[in-house]
Design a protein around this ligand. Structure first.
Ligand code: TPP
Length: 322
């Protein structure tokens, strides 16, 4: 199955509108009490990879997970209710924005324990292979998570057992406020780590949604054919602060000039420009998609606010079940 280029743009526009809208209400209302890790500026990675997967394939992610959840087809109303801590949220209002799940859409889980879902995604893909299915899994994580031991354990296991998992490193250059250059010796490369485990790995411009989609299509095909794991390192950049709705120019770890240089490489602007020649009326369509997405978000927020909080008596339900 191939995805039309304009559908990739549309999905990015929707995710951007949702995240920007959520950032505004988060700041203005102070009603959402969950921490929020926005990936504004990074939309092409989630959209390009998820578009290459089918619904029954599974996606896992870490703390910065809204985009992958939505790109995989996760239910927006249930996500927003989760951010508002309501019973109707996708995790029953207990997990907040770092614990999204929509199994029907093939979004397996996300977690704020850095690196945890690298192993869980590997396990889910392994389970699919053992059961004789040809569903694959993709597990998204940042460059910081790639420094956790579980990253190496998972890659090693996946290579050893030919697990059909796509490792997707969204390399946005920072782990909180530490740039990669202050954490790794010069010349180190995340993709080269994958090489050492003997799996194919490519480094792709993560702000080029069409390039990401092409690379992910190859990765998914490789896994589905039973040839083992595949590694994608997607270079990109987070525009807002690590956690929260604000910009962080005023802190001392990165400059406004640096952030601006990445805003100038916006994946949505880039895809729009690339499509302008081929798809007449693309700018009008994009404006329409933005409006529709804002309306969709406004409805989801209204539904969330009208929903109850979980009952106090259920506080421990689901925590440690026999
Ligand atoms: C096991 C563990 N260690 C540390 C943290 C604290 N922590 C949360 S996010 C983060 C940085 C993550 O950076 P990266 O993986 O590059 O993802 P990004 O935030 O850039 O998307 C850290 C260290 C954590 N949540 N879990």
């Amino acid at each position: 199955m191939t995805t039309e280029p304009e559908e990739l743009l549309r999905a990015m526009v929707r995710i951007r509108a949702v995240e920007e809208g959520l950032a505004d209400v988060y700041r203005e209302e102070q009603e959402m009490r969950t921490p929020v890790h926005f990936s504004i500026g990074q939309e092409a990675t989630a959209v390009g990879v998820c578009a290459a997967m089918r619904r029954s394939d599974l996606v896992y992610s870490g703390h910065r997970c809204h985009a992958q959840y939505l790109a995989k087809g996760g239910d927006l109303t249930a996500m927003v209710a989760e951010l508002y801590g309501r019973e109707t949220g996708c995790s029953g209002g207990r997990g907040g924005s770092v614990h999204l799940v929509d199994l029907e859409a093939g979004f397996g889980a996300s977690s704020a324990i850095l690196g945890e879902m690298i192993s869980v995604g590997t396990g889910a893909a392994w389970a699919s292979a053992v059961a004789g299915r040809d569903d694959v899994a993709a597990t998204f994580f940042g460059d910081g998570a790639a420094e956790e031991g579980v990253f190496h354990e998972s890659l090693n296991f996946a290579a050893l057992r030919r697990v059909p998992v796509v490792f997707v490193c969204e390399n946005n250059g920072y782990s909180l406020s530490s740039p990669l250059s202050s954490r790794q010796p010069a010349g180190n490369s995340i993709t080269r780590w994958a090489d050492r485990y003997g799996m194919p790995g490519v480094r792709v411009d993560g702000n080029d949604v069409f390039g990401v989609y092409a690379a992910a299509t190859e990765a998914v095909r490789w896994c589905r054919e039973g040839r083992g794991p595949y590694f994608l390192e997607l270079t990109t950049y987070r525009w807002r602060e690590h956690v929260g709705p604000n910009w962080d120019y005023d802190r001392d770890h990165r400059s406004k000039a640096e952030v601006d240089s990445w805003i100038a490489r916006c994946p949505i602007t880039r895809a729009t420009e690339e499509l302008r020649e081929r798809v007449p009326g693309i700018d009008r369509a994009r404006a329409q998609w933005e409006t529709e997405s804002r309306e969709e978000l406004a409805k989801a927020i209204a539904v969330a606010k009208a929903s109850p909080f979980p009952a106090v008596e259920t506080l421990l339900s689901g925590a440690y079940e026999d």
